[in-house]
Write a protein that binds this ligand. Structure first.
Ligand code: ADP
Ligand code: MG
Length: 319
């Protein structure tokens, strides 16, 4: 045990579904439904930047795929398959067992089999690159540029918990075991609303996930769609685990905190009933947080006061 091929066979090669050609050849072959578009996206996770060296490897395997599935969800695409590139300083079998276990468990549940990848040795630290492929009808894709004035803005799940967990783990907040326990799962085991998102294709207009914070990510829709938005702060679904924290900290976590692999989308007001029924069907928390307006810019009000978006901003690797 120990060659690159042994590692691949043991940890990454899993039987592919019928009609697929999976790990083992020069390329994988994936069946695609006629008339659909291939939707593809990739995310690179680097130790020290996106995760800590001591992160539970099972959670890391899960999250590496989840953040990519979140991009498919935000396009309204149905998963088809994924590719995994891993670069490791050494072959740590306990680590690989747990990492691949977390990865395959989600891949199986999401119907997104691992069909190929690349495995290399690194000089230092772990890097993980996942590419997902999915399919969507071109006219149903939830593009960032498709929002229209008067659309409702909707959000699944809650805001703020992953940001507070991250601050606690980084020591930017005084340690609080109880609060960490209440927030950590959302940071490390995100569950993007895949099935709901696929059902929204053809119903919603524009969508994205909130990997870099609500203000920044919603800003991408506004820019691409050449419009603005009005949000009511009191309507935002603040996670219960933030109760008791200072108001300003809550506001920053809710408005600019990233790692929220939920769906923010816009839809015509005429779709409200259908959208609420879908949320019910998929047992999701869903909140209408504001609306799209023709004038550019994001305005957040709290009762009759205006809130300045926090100066901290969203996440940017090069800022
Ligand atoms: P190549 O020489 O074409 O790069 P490799 O020898 O790297 O192929 O990989 C052999 C097979 O194993 C290929 O089908 C490749 O897709 C697959 N593979 C390699 N690493 C991984 C991985 N981390 N996860 C899934 N499949 C992998
Ligand atoms: Mg290779």
């Amino acid at each position: 045990m120990g060659t690159e091929f042994d590692l691949i066979a043991r940890y990454f090669n899993r039987p592919a579904p019928p009609d697929y050609l999976g790990v083992g050849d020069d390329c994988a072959l994936i069946p695609v439904t006629a008339g659909h578009r291939l939707a593809t996206s990739t995310d690179l996770l680097v130790q020290g930047r996106h995760f800590f060296a001591d992160m539970d490897p099972r959670a890391l395997g899960h999250k590496a795929l989840a953040v990519n599935l979140s991009d498919l969800a935000a396009m309204g695409a149905r998963p088809l398959a994924c590719l995994l590139g891993v670069s490791l300083p050494k072959a740590d079998h306990a680590w690989l067992e747990a990492f691949s276990g977390g990865f395959h468990a989600l891949a199986q549940r999401a119907g997104c089999p691992l069909v190929g990848g690349d495995t290399t040795r690194s000089e230092d630290g772990i890097a993980i690159s996942v590419t997902v492929m999915g399919e969507v009808l071109p006219e149903h894709a939830l593009r960032r540029s498709s929002a229209q004035a008067n659309d409702d803005i909707w959000l699944t799940g809650t805001l703020g918990a992953p940001d507070i967990a991250l601050r606690l783990l980084q020591g930017r907040l005084p340690s609080d075991a109880h609060r960490l326990a209440a927030t950590r799962r959302q940071l490390e085991w995100p569950e993007p609303p895949m099935a709901f998102a696929a059902a929204l294709a053809g119903v919603a207009r524009a969508a994205l996930d909130i990997s870099d914070g609500l203000v920044q990510d919603l800003g991408h829709i506004l820019k691409a769609s050449a419009c603005g938005a009005e949000l009511e702060y009191a309507e935002l679904p603040v996670d219960d685990a933030l109760a008791g924290l200072e108001d300003e900290l809550i506001r920053n976590a809710v408005l600019t905190g990233g790692d929220v692999y939920q769906l923010c989308f816009t839809a015509a007001p005429g779709e409200r009933v259908r959208i609420l029924e879908l949320a019910d069907q998929f047992r999701l928390r869903l909140t209408r947080i504001g609306r799209i307006v023709p004038e550019p810019g994001l305005r957040i009000s709290h009762g009759d006061r205006a809130i300045e978006p926090p100066a901290e901003g969203g996440f940017d690797h090069f800022s």
